[in-house]
Design a protein around this ligand. Structure first.
Ligand SMILES: Nc1ncnc2c1ncn2[C@@H]1O[C@H](COP(=O)(O)OP(=O)(O)O)[C@@H](O)[C@H]1O
Ligand code: SF4
Ligand SMILES: [Mg+2]
Length: 326
């Protein structure tokens, strides 16, 4: 018997990942080009929660779709469990997709509102061509609904009859239907009330440990990411600017520090002076030559405005800054 290949430490590994979008400002206008994701290296360790954080428009959802190969990269590679996704023909990619699923911010935007919860939960199985008789379907729906904390009596309900939290639980049940090992969670709680948000995060934590799942958790909220994730990747205008090796690591990039300072701290004992992020985000179509954060950065020097800092490792911590904070 041959030994199975040793499992790689990273379930997902992306190298030099870029995605260019082009558009015209008007019908006869000049074509404008934007790098939504630019030269991103990403490691997602098996069985852990990796966070991606950054302001709206920094490329988080584009990165998520690239990683799952729902979007073709302009350049770069993605390996899933050691398999180069570029070399996988479409039928095999469809089978591989069972193992990687996405939970969206608004779970029902992609589902027909005429679908009952039952049909919404069964749809991924149908798409994958899994044949079950009615009794087996009922059993699968009930088990998935219990797994996400929904009463199986809700199976006949329609989206408009559910609360936001219940809808997101259906979204999570759909993502779990094919028993994946990797979930990309793209701002799964951003549209929910704070109290509901906490319940969904608790559910995701429980599922991650019970099922040994690997998560890529995307959020604009650094406080939430620091609570939930083992490793944190910070993005600014399409590039990775810092990788914190653990949630306790102190940010050293001025942008991450500003994100942290603008995070609301409910405990007045721990609240610091809130220095909200200042300055305009540069136009993504017209990025300056140096550091993209220079216009907003209190530490910016002449070098920052002319020379773009590369992402460099310092032990287990990585950052792209000419004048990192200590
Ligand atoms: N299909 C598309 N065509 C053109 N531009 C796009 C497309 N998708 C995203 N973008 C642009 O790419 C950038 C990153 O978007 P996105 O990945 O959605 O960021 P985030 O999820 O961090 O808010 C934005 O400037 C956005 O307008
Ligand atoms: S490279 Fe310069 S402008 Fe950019 S974040 Fe660092 S100090 Fe600020
Ligand atoms: Mg997004």
């Amino acid at each position: 018997m041959t030994e199975p290949a040793p499992a790689t430490e990273n379930l997902v590994q992306a190298r030099g990942l870029s995605r260019i979008f082009s558009s015209r400002a008007s019908l006869f206008g000049k074509k404008r080009v934007l790098a939504a994701v630019s030269g991103v290296d990403l490691d997602v360790p098996r069985g852990r929660v990796t966070g991606v954080v950054g302001e709206s428009g920094c490329g988080k959802s584009t990165l998520a779709r690239l990683v799952l190969r729902l979007l073709e990269p302009s350049s770069g590679s993605i390996h899933f469990d050691g398999i180069d996704l570029a070399g996988v023909p479409p039928p095999a990619l469809r089978t591989l997709r069972r193992r990687m699923q996405m939970v969206f911010q608004d779970p029902y935007s992609s589902i027909d509102p005429r679908y009952s919860v039952r049909n919404a939960v069964l749809e991924p199985l149908q798409v994958q061509g899994v044949q079950l008789d009615a009794a087996a379907q009922d059993a699968r729906v009930a088990s998935l609904m219990s797994m996400v904390g929904l009463n199986p009596t809700l199976a006949a309900s329609y989206p408009h009859q559910l609360s936001g939290g219940q809808k997101q639980r259906v979204g999570i049940a759909r993502a779990l239907a094919m028993q994946p090992d990797f979930l990309v969670l793209d701002e799964p709680t951003a549209s929910l009330d704070v109290s509901i948000q906490a319940q969904i995060i608790a559910l995701l934590e429980q599922l991650q440990s019970d099922l040994g799942l690997t998560y890529l958790f995307i959020s604009h909220d650094l406080g939430l990411v620091r609570y939930f994730c083992n490793r944190i990747v910070v993005m600014y205008l399409g590039r990775v600017v810092e990788i914190l090796p653990d949630a306790q690591a102190a940010p050293r990039h001025p942008y991450t520090r500003a994100l942290m300072d603008s995070t609301f701290e409910p405990d007045p004992q721990r609240r610091r002076v809130v220095t909200l992020l200042q300055g305009e985000i540069p136009d993504a179509f017209k990025l300056p030559p140096g550091c993209a954060y220079a216009a907003r950065c209190p530490q910016a020097s002449a070098r920052c405005r002319s020379e773009r800092p590369a992402l460099a490792r310092d032990g287990t911590h990585s950052l792209a800054c000419h004048h990192p904070l200590s």
